[in-house]
Ligand binder design. Structure first.
Ligand SMILES: NC(=O)c1ccc[n+]([C@@H]2O[C@H](COP(=O)([O-])OP(=O)(O)OC[C@H]3O[C@@H](n4cnc5c(N)ncnc54)[C@H](OP(=O)(O)O)[C@@H]3O)[C@@H](O)[C@H]2O)c1
Length: 296
């Protein structure tokens, strides 16, 4: 397939290298004007990718959008008219709510969401490190997407397994968002690794967050048991104890966070259902204050 990656950061570059190695023709689209970019994955020899070429973009079968949640709209808007009619569009980022704002503009395309637990680090513009093996789940976001889901999942699974399809991607996204709502803000505010959230007083806060989150997810028509969510969150804290969360890293590196699409999205949906979520609101406000102190 001809695959274009929009957002050649850590995750986008990781997919670019693995999809290239699986035999696909991969190009990149950045906000720069370079005609090619060389990428080295781990210690392997560099691969050179064509970049920002309109002729390639207009022949793209699959556009993989790996910008951050708050960058989705501004990244995809300028290139929608350059895509061929049946080009599949796959979004992959943390958080929820960003794709909803652009879906009406791309309703002629098959649209998918891919959620991944792989870890990737961009050491510099040309060096990518695959820091953690994970898995990827892909699901359809519109009816046009259903026909080609299996074909896409097969192609991505051959490149960087395991990749599974999920006919209820909304549930998978809420499951991930629920845990992100607990781990991301708390590690950022406590300036700690994930494992340090296992302290008793922090677990009490997490239990309260889980009660609020479960109410919102259930009101949205998805399944969430507050006790199971609390248990799952503790398991993730233990399994990723040495990691710094993405929000912690964003604040540490003076970058905007994805809080508006994580806790912010939860608060929006809570408000729509008249559900009180004071603990989540408190963490949201504290992160926004911290973010405002960054000079980006
Ligand atoms: N990294 C991970 O391990 C990981 C794991 C799971 C999920 N995720 C999620 O995946 C998403 C991407 O994360 P990441 O770590 O890959 O972030 P990243 O390294 O910052 O990559 C984002 C890329 O998008 C580019 N971009 C932004 N606006 C653009 C535009 N208008 N046109 C073209 N390119 C644009 C950025 O370009 P510049 O270089 O010019 O800024 C950057 O290269 C996030 O939602 C993150 O939470 C990441």
């Amino acid at each position: 397939m001809n695959i274009c990656i929009l957002g050649a950061g850590a995750i986008g570059s990781l997919w670019a290298c693995y999809l290239h190695n699986a035999g696909h023709t991969v190009s990149l689209w950045t906000r720069g004007s370079e005609a090619s970019i060389s990428l080295s994955l781990d210690e392997r020899p560099p691969l050179v990718f064509p970049c920002n070429q309109e002729s390639q973009l207009s022949d793209t079968d699959v556009l993989l959008v790996t910008v951050k949640a708050w960058q989705v709209e501004s990244a995809i808007h300028p290139i929608i008219s350059l895509l061929k009619p049946h080009c599949s569009i796959i979004f992959s980022h943390n958080g929820m709510g960003a794709v909803e704002t652009v879906l009406p503009q791309i309703s002629d395309h098959p649209v998918y969401f891919a959620t991944t637990t792989h870890g990737a680090l961009r050491k510099d513009k040309n060096q990518i490190q695959h820091t953690g093996q994970g898995q990827t789940i892909i699901g359809s976001l519109n009816n046009l997407a259903d026909d080609q889901l299996d074909k896409l999942v097969e192609a991505f699974n051959l490149a960087l397994p395991p990749v599974h399809s999920d006919s209820n991607i909304g549930q998978a996204l809420w499951n991930k968002l629920a845990i992100n709502c607990c781990i991301n803000p708390l590690t950022t505010l406590k300036d700690c690794r994930n494992g340090e959230l296992a302290a008793k007083d922090t677990l009490e806060t997490i239990e309260t967050l889980c009660i609020e989150i479960a109410m919102v997810i259930n009101a949205e028509g998805y399944t969430c048991d507050k006790n199971k969510l609390f248990t799952r969150t503790k398991q993730v804290i233990e399994a990723t104890s040495a990691n710094f969360s993405s929000m912690h890293q964003d604040i540490h590196h003076n970058r905007p966070t994805e809080i508006d699409y994580i806790t912010g999205y939860l608060l929006q949906r809570a408000q729509a259902h008249n559900i009180d979520t004071p603990m989540n609101k408190k963490l949201f406000d504290q992160i926004k204050q911290k973010e405002a102190l960054n000079d980006h």
